[in-house]
Design a binder for this molecule. Structure first.
Ligand code: 6GU
Length: 247
């Protein structure tokens, strides 16, 4: 998969050289290309922002540098166009489902903004040529979209074939479509069996795979009820079994 990122802080993405994503890049599974937006600003100060029409606080990113930058990046592509992802707190929620959808794309282009965001005509313009998604990573406001891009690239990157050591690791993730959809994973344990007086639940040492699966599902339901009651309320009743209903 190819990932392009246009930003006024390309150095923000140094963490993409580390750990799982860094490995995926070394192995050629992920091709990340960083671009400095200011390279497409032509005044002496390389200005990328201006005051908002209609007044109000803050600054808005000018359409011209973004248009030139996106054109330049898209022109280096082969055939089909990139899917453009614009991080913004006003976007649609980034979910595991969306991460899986992105993991199936050949090419993603992220356009993280600073200030109050990008002139809206940029999204309209590219929306006529390719798919443009305005995406939020949660109900809080970041100082810019860069941290959101780090979040999304990591969530998508770990789903690419060959990135996770164990392909099953992604299968029972919290939120993964299937049995765990809308359920949080329960607690996990490793050796030793007793630590500072706290014991590992006996059932996990029992070797009864059926009962362990049942216990894990009950713990997932309990944790979801406690931490995310709105997820539990939205569970499809067809996904519940007769034992779930006793909880
Ligand atoms: Cl994608 N950007 C910014 N600036 N803030 C956010 C966000 C994105 N998602 C949640 N908050």
């Amino acid at each position: 998969m190819r990932v392009d990122i246009i930003s006024i802080f390309p150095e923000y993405f140094a963490p993409l050289g580390v750990s799982l994503i860094g490995k995926a890049r070394e192995r050629g599974i992920l091709d990340v290309r960083l671009h400095q937006l200011r390279d497409w600003a032509h005044d002496v100060h390389r200005t990328v922002d201006d005051t908002p029409y209609g007044g109000g606080p803050g600054m808005v990113m000018k359409p011209d540098p973004w248009g030139e930058a996106i054109d330049a990046v898209l022109s280096t592509g082969q055939d089909a166009s990139a899917r453009i992802i614009v991080p913004t707190p006003s976007g649609v929620p980034f979910t595991q489902r969306l991460a899986m959808e992105y993991a199936a794309e050949p090419w993603l282009l992220f356009t993280p903004a600073r200030y109050e965001g990008i002139d809206s005509r940029v999204m309209v313009e590219y929306g006529t040529r390719t798919r443009v998604d305005e995406v939020s990573v949660g109900d809080y406001v970041l100082a810019g979209g860069e941290a959101a891009v780090l979040v999304m690239v990591e969530a998508v990157g770990r789903l690419l074939p060959g990135v996770l050591g164990n392909a099953c690791s992604a299968v029972d993730d919290s939120f993964a479509p299937g049995a765990m959809e809308n359920l949080l994973e329960g607690p996990v344990y490793t050796k030793p069996p007793e630590w500072r007086g706290h014991e590992v639940p006996e059932i996990l040492l029992s070797g009864h795979h059926g009962r362990i699966a049942r216990w894990r599902r009950d713990e997932a339901l309990r944790r979801t009820a406690r931490n995310r009651p709105e997820l539990l309320a939205a569970l499809d009743p067809r996904g519940l079994d007769k034992h779930d209903l006793k909880l």
